[in-house]
Design a binder for this molecule. Sequence first.
Ligand code: SAM
Ligand code: DTB
Ligand code: SF4
Length: 341
Amino acid sequence: MSAQPLVFQPAPAAVTPVVADKWPVDAIVALFELPFTELLYRAQQVHREHFNPSEVELATLLSIKTGGCSEDCGYCPQAARYDTGVVAEKILPLDTVLQAAREAKAQGANRFCMGAAWREPKDRDLVKVEEMVREVKALGLETCVTLGMLGQGQAERLRAAGLDYYNHNLDTAPEFYGDVISTREYQDRLDTLGRVRGAGIKVCSGGIVGMGESRLQRAGLIAQLANMDPYPESVPVNNLVQVEGTPLYGTDPIDPLEFVRTVAVARITMPKARVRLSAGRRQMGEAVQALCFVAGANSIFYGEKLLTTGNPEIDADRALLDKLGMRARGTAVDARCEIDS
Ligand code: SAM
Ligand code: DTB
Ligand code: SF4
């Protein structure tokens, strides 16, 4: 048998598999376009597969560093460049933070979220936040911080301090983002979320509606979140709190039923996430909040203040939950267990 001549074959080109998005934007728009009752029915079905529909998580916020921020987020009262009446303060001392966390726990909060008006934390600030995380966690509360963009190694430091969640919102769809913020890019936000995930911290990420975006852009925001692999464990849906002096003050508010639709679509596309009915509840009324719970919201900010603006009084929230026959997470005797994500 004659030897086969050696023929050099070019190495096959590296093939990068194209992974199709789990939730294409048009599929999300189609959900938004369902008849309202059909959409809420589907959302409630998905919700009941993974959660007890009568149970709600209570997350208390504290601004640990208020105002004087260098960024230009068009919604934010804490940006130094807007005249909103918010006075810049230094980072709070540890004992003030711990006092607030003890009070939150006494009021029945599950999670304590600490927010700072920074573009990104400096390393010397992070040392103080690490201490806060350790001590708040030791009180038996879940911990969350939102400090802006994280640099190399910072997420790992927070994780080592015991941090459970990092909040960093995408805020809106990529194509509307530039209308709202110019001092950092959408990709910067995605990079920070990648660092948080990479460090083993649970991701809390959502956005704001009612900033003048279109329905397509609301669907675009949800597509960004729902197509992350894995999607965030916590998804805050904020309704813009309009603050005089910010560029977005005076924007036409979103139709309340469109807000409810947004919550329902978040629930359907991210079935195991905690969907938080976040900022804007004070302006919302009880009936719209009740619809949001039917649509699958199962977390709220709890306590009379968000970061710088108002939130419903604790007594009003207790009365609302009572009226709806709902209970705080962890307090129900017969609570069906959450299915871990
Ligand atoms: N400075 C950090 C950052 O921007 O990532 C953390 C604090 S910042 C105040 C956290 C989030 O609060 C923002 O990303 C935005 O989604 C939300 N937020 C700020 N002002 C708001 C407003 N007026 N209405 C609704 N949500 C708001
Ligand atoms: C989130 O999604 N909403 C919260 C929290 N994460 C940090 C902040 C809402 C801020 C509302 C305006 C204010 O009170 O300053
Ligand atoms: Fe600064 Fe955060 Fe407000 Fe933007 S949202 S201005 S980064 S505090």
